[in-house]
Design a protein. Sequence first.
Length: 147
Amino acid sequence: MKEDYLREACAEYIKRLGRYCNFELHEIDECRLNDSPSEKEIESALQKEAVQIKKYNKGLIIPMCIEGKQLTSVELSGKISSAGVNGFSAVTFVIGSSYGLSDEIKKMGQLKLSMSKMTFPHQLARVMVLEQIYRSFQIAEGGKYHK
């Protein structure tokens, strides 16, 4: 995270989530590509990133991708809340690099999720996912945060 304000927003949501779960954030190194990479170079980079991502995938895996399903906050809360009942001991959200995620990582997911048909910067997407996870716990608890 380069921008202080985004780093602070993430830290705030991670702090809030500590009340509800054992939260872990894992970052992998993005494969650097030139300004005009070929499809083959992009695919190779995504495969290298996939190797690193697989080290952290556990439980209910939710890859964030444009072709994923769009859910309301209440629907996402239900998915997170029911994960344990459905045999998952963890929920893992996976946000890809600027080139997305490999097909292999997407196929590992039990739920492919899209925040929007619009494209967001990786750092902002992280804040948005953290906020929605926090909102999900608030919804499940009947808290006042979700209106």
